[in-house]
Design a protein. Structure first.
Length: 202
């Protein structure tokens, strides 16, 4: 067996995404996962893509949305809503929310901030206590990390990514910069590659 250029250990969202993009770039890469794709944190968490509070990172959100839209276009099992679901900032301090509202309206008009005062029907309909105010933002695309990981895995397979053996055990031991070994198996059971990316708990 020819050693891959890159061996990626871990079939969560980070490992699968890295393997997919490497494969698309023409790199000989193999993905190793001890259980199955999105078996750990990537399969249990919820997620949302939202605009980061720091303006310099806004481009990262736009790039993420573009990538996820590509995934949704190529994989019908993965769904990304066309419009944001909306986010609420809640507080019992109306004056503070008014300050935040003015700042966001000036700095991020695309978020379309809308101040909703305590007791208004919208808040009651959404289970918000009667003495709580809210600031609604036109932001937030719900995304399940497990669904993204599975879509990225499909993309990786289309790029020709082979999946390596499911290597059991709870730890990986680093032998050299390019060799990792399953700590629960004999040292003869080694994984060798030009480079190793560890995208799983050690």
């Amino acid at each position: 067996m020819i050693a891959p250029d890159v061996a990626v250990i871990g079939g969560g969202i980070m490992g699968v995404a890295s393997a997919a993009f490497l494969a698309e770039a023409g790199v000989n890469v193999t993905l190793y996962e001890r259980w199955e794709i999105a078996a750990a944190a990537s399969g249990r968490n919820s997620g949302v893509i939202q605009r980061p509070p720091d303006a310099p990172f806004a481009a990262l959100q736009e790039a993420s949305l573009e990538l996820y839209r590509e995934l949704a276009h190529d994989d019908r099992a993965f769904v990304l809503d066309d419009e944001p679901a909306g986010l609420l900032i809640v507080s019992s301090d109306e004056a503070s929310l008014e300050t935040v509202n003015r700042r966001l309206a000036e700095d991020h008009p695309g978020l379309q901030p809308l101040l909703i005062r305590a007791g208004e029907t919208y808040l009651a309909d959404n289970g918000i206590a009667a003495d709580v105010n809210a600031l609604r933002l036109e932001d937030g695309y719900p995304v399940a990390p497990a669904a993204v990981t599975e879509a990225l895995a499909s993309r990786a397979r289309r790029a020709g990514l082979p999946t390596g053996p499911q290597l059991g055990g709870s730890q990986w031991r680093r032998l050299r910069h390019d060799v990792y070994c399953d700590a629960n198996r004999p040292l003869t059971h080694q994984l060798q590659a030009e480079a190793v990316m560890l995208a799983a708990p050690k």
